[in-house]
Design a protein around this ligand. Structure first.
Ligand SMILES: Cc1cc2nc3c(=O)[nH]c(=O)nc-3n(C[C@H](O)[C@H](O)[C@H](O)COP(=O)(O)OP(=O)(O)OC[C@H]3O[C@@H](n4cnc5c(N)ncnc54)[C@H](O)[C@@H]3O)c2cc1C
Length: 471
């Protein structure tokens, strides 16, 4: 028997490590005994929406095992002690897991390997969580790419594996499973916002619904938050309730039936999957970027301290309608549309002149799909400190962004109820109205907390000082 240790791969289907442990691939026999360990060091970085999603995903995973005559063994503690103990308790020949590339996970896994060696239990880790493992797509000199374009080309050109098969009853060990803890027992409150349904069935339903239509218009539609036409698969890819090969295979089928325009859209979607792998490569190569700028400037960037402005941004009370709509979508749904993530991140760093790490910490606490590599990549892009970063002098104007990507003001009205009775023109010219006009249009909605034109100049000066170019 082989223990399969689930971590960020909460599914039975298209799970490379599980297929190996259950004897479906490789040269060893199963059956597999599935294990999940609540690790306090990982929970320390958790937040209510993500812990809720994880618990729901685990409940769904346990159900999948029960339907196959097996069950999920659940433990809490330090995996360095728990994993060898479970392997010994069940007399397992080997422990198998899928690799995780974050700095913390790599340290822990190295220790678990040593602990298993000490316990005399064989172990194997495999690559599952991305199509192309960090370090496998490099420049010709063997370095990690610092810009996406060439990485993306190579990513698209490389062959993708087919999904791995699902183990059935005969491949899985009989086991008495364990109850899952409540969210409170793990030390978290219930999330404030809605959390999407978790588990492989829900993920597959989202994938099918997306590949059945929206993927064909994705290239254009993805920019408009009110259309809500993106896949919403980010939490599934983060927690592994969906395998990357299964996701890609569905896009390949959509590609096979697409006309020219639709084919471009499908490819654009596949490129987003490639961006995810690009940022995973960057983080694996340079774990320091979690807290440090990727790109160095001559001098430190002099971010401001302004708790009041930070709080107004978090509360969606900045008086910039599209920014506030985004921040309130985050609170309500533990999610925010990508275009709006870019707008609110630019606003925090270039209008409020606050450190991107403040924004990253808030997103980490609030997003159900928070993923260190993607979140960090997105923030550093917006702050002009990252790979491929927005040049420091290209500063989003939050009003024209709102006008371009939410022309009818639908997204704003959905999330900012104070503006529900207000027409789009008034919404998009909010910063230009007099106090009296604003009070007449929407008495409960604030005026802009900063002047964008002034702050734009201040941001340029701040970056020029950082570049050593100021007088
Ligand atoms: C400031 C900022 C923070 C972000 N934080 C996160 C985060 O914590 N977790 C996260 O998964 N994404 C993050 N993103 C990227 C992107 O906003 C989300 O992946 C996307 O909005 C999720 O919605 P979707 O699944 O409908 O995306 P779709 O447009 O349907 O894209 C499909 C998948 O591709 C991947 N993807 C899409 N865009 C990007 C991107 N720009 N970078 C990397 N991967 C991408 C995601 O896995 C996504 O689920 C962030 C972007 C910014 C600008």
């Amino acid at each position: 028997m082989q223990v399969f240790w689930h971590r960020r791969d909460l599914r039975c289907h298209d799970n490379r490590g599980l297929a190996l442990a259950s004897g479906l691939t490789g040269d060893a026999d199963g059956p597999a005994l599935p294990l999940f360990v609540f690790d306090d060091a990982v929970l320390a970085h958790g937040s209510p929406p993500r812990v809720r999603f994880m618990l729901d995903a685990l409940a769904s995973l346990r159900e999948s095992y029960r339907e196959r005559g097996s069950d999920l063994v659940v433990r809490r503690g330090d995996p360095r002690e728990v994993v060898p103990r479970v392997a010994t308790e069940f007399g397992a020949d080997r422990v198998v897991w899928n690799r995780d590339y974050s700095g913390l996970a790599r340290e822990r896994d190295a220790d678990v390997r040593l602990a298993l060696d000490d316990a005399g239990v064989d172990r194997e880790s495999v690559h599952d969580h991305l199509h192309h493992e960090p370090g496998s797509i490099t420049t010709n000199a063997g370095d990690t790419y610092s810009v996406y374009t060439y990485f993306g080309k190579k990513w698209h050109d490389r062959e993708k594996e087919e999904p791995y098969p699902t183990p059935e009853d005969e491949h899985l060990a009989d086991a008495d499973g364990d109850p899952l803890p409540s969210i409170a027992a793990l030390g978290f409150d219930d999330p404030v916002g809605e959390v999407p349904e978790a588990g492989h069935d829900a993920a597959r339903a989202r994938l099918e619904a997306f590949c059945d239509g929206p993927i064909e218009r994705y290239e254009e539609a993805r920019e408009y938050p009110a259309r809500d036409d993106t896949s919403r698969l980010s939490a599934d890819l983060k927690w592994g309730t969906l395998g990357v090969r299964e996701a890609y295979a569905a896009t390949a089928e959509a590609m096979a039936r697409a006309d020219d325009d639709a084919a471009e859209s499908v490819e654009e979607f596949q490129s987003q999957l490639a961006w995810r792998e690009f940022y995973a490569h960057v983080l694996a190569d340079e774990p320091r970027v979690v807290t440090e700028n990727y790109k160095s400037y001559e001098n430190p960037i002099e971010w401001r301290d302004d708790d009041e402005a930070l709080q107004a941004w978090k509360d969606g009370e900045t008086g910039y309608p599209v920014v506030d709509a985004g921040m309130r979508q985050l609170r309500r749904e533990a999610f925010m549309h990508n275009r709006v993530r870019m707008i609110v991140a630019s606003f925090l760093t270039k209008d409020l002149l606050l450190d991107w790490r403040e924004g990253y910490d808030h997103f980490r606490a609030m997003l159900v799909d928070h993923d260190t590599a993607n979140d960090n990549g997105g923030w550093q892009w917006a702050a002009s400190t990252g790979t491929d970063a927005q040049p420091y002098f290209r500063i989003f104007n939050p009003m024209t962004q709102g006008e371009r990507y939410d022309p009818d003001g639908e997204y704003v009205r959905e999330y900012v109820p104070e503006l529900r009775g207000v027409d789009a023109e008034t919404i998009h010219s909010w910063h230009e109205l007099s106090d009296a006009e604003r009070t007449a249009a929407a008495p409960d909605y604030p005026g802009p907390i900063v002047d964008h034109a002034e702050r734009r100049e201040a941001a340029l000066a701040m970056f020029e000082r950082a570049r050593g170019e100021a007088d």
